[in-house]
Write a protein that binds this ligand. Structure first.
Ligand SMILES: N[C@@H](CCC(=O)N[C@@H](CSC=O)C(=O)NCC(=O)O)C(=O)O
Length: 281
């Protein structure tokens, strides 16, 4: 599978690079970003953190706004940021052009319903296709961590909970904790997965936690001035699910913070350290 390098900038002694490639999971061209810390030029195979962004994002939001590169360079962590949905000609979008469904809103599921099923398979893309591509083309090991924000925070939880042994570390910022029971989730799941709510449970972090075979410790930060917290994010549902399942969860309510990348930038160092500790153990 060929990768086309479309940009390259030096950052904190390493490199931020963007690539375009053909995705067989998504049936379209995709762009992802990778941060390669300075250690990548020294011959070692480095651990990788996959970052899943939220609604309306591309690979660029995290790389440009989170301020993660200084710490990734210090810790020797590669970071990979995919896009949030399939893109391009022939990829269907929300008929009204809404920002919370369709383009920029793939929800990291494999759609089963038409007209979404041909392209909207972000779960297969981020769990299988992209890591295979990264591991074949960059100096990385199979030590993988996963994190994300909002829709992507939930995506990270689901990818790890569904794949015991695949990730060694897990965290999230302000995840949509229980999409079965919030407007963003109900809208996306009813269209991508159909109206049978029983099938949605395979894609809901709170539901998956009950039967998870692996109990990776989870770090979650949530701003208490986040306008989406009560209606869409519902961190209390995650806390209850973790308690019921005996799943180790550190949920930190951060006073005064909202849903933005200012919040993410404020706590990204803690998350990168959380991942580095597990990935290097
Ligand atoms: N466009 C919307 C706001 C959308 C928004 O807040 N998106 C978040 C993720 S929300 C959950 O998945 C985001 O990360 N935005 C990108 C950014 O760079 O901030 C509106 O206008 O209200």
């Amino acid at each position: 599978m060929s990768l086309e390098n479309i940009s390259c900038q030096k950052s904190f002694g390493g490199w931020h690079k963007r690539y375009r490639h053909r995705s067989s999971s998504l049936n379209c061209d995709m762009v992802f970003a990778v941060y390669l810390p300075p250690q990548a030029e020294q011959g070692a195979k480095l651990p990788v953190l996959y970052w899943l962004s939220g609604l309306t994002c591309t690979d660029e939001n995290f790389m440009q706004k989170a301020g993660a590169m200084r710490m990734a360079a210090e810790l020797g962590l590669v970071i990979v940021a995919p896009d949030t949905s399939p893109r391009g000609e022939g990829v269907p979008d929300d008929p009204q052009g809404a920002w919370d469904f369709g383009l920029g809103a793939g929800f990291y599921v494999n759609a089963t319903e038409e007209p979404w099923a041909r392209h909207y398979r972000m779960y297969d893309y981020v769990v299988q296709e992209l890591p295979a591509l990264i591991e074949a083309n960059f100096p990385v090991s199979d030590r993988r961590g996963i994190s994300g924000h909002s829709m992507g925070g939930h995506g990270a939880l689901v990818c790890a909970l569904r794949n015991p042994g695949r990730y060694r570390s897990l965290s999230a910022f302000a995840p949509i904790a229980h999409p079965l029971d919030c407007p963003w989730g109900e809208k996306a799941f009813s269209r991508y997965l159909g109206e049978d709510r029983a099938r949605w449970k395979e894609w809901d972090a709170c539901a998956l936690m009950a039967s998870a075979q692996e109990k990776l410790p989870i770090l979650v930060d949530q701003g208490d001035r986040d306008d989406f917290m009560a209606t869409q994010l519902k961190p209390e549902a995650l806390q209850q699910a973790a308690k019921a399942a005996g799943h180790p969860l550190t949920l930190r309510l951060q006073p005064g913070y909202d849903h933005s990348y200012f919040f993410i930038a404020s706590f990204i160092e803690d998350h990168l350290r959380h991942h580095a500790e597990a990935l290097k153990a």
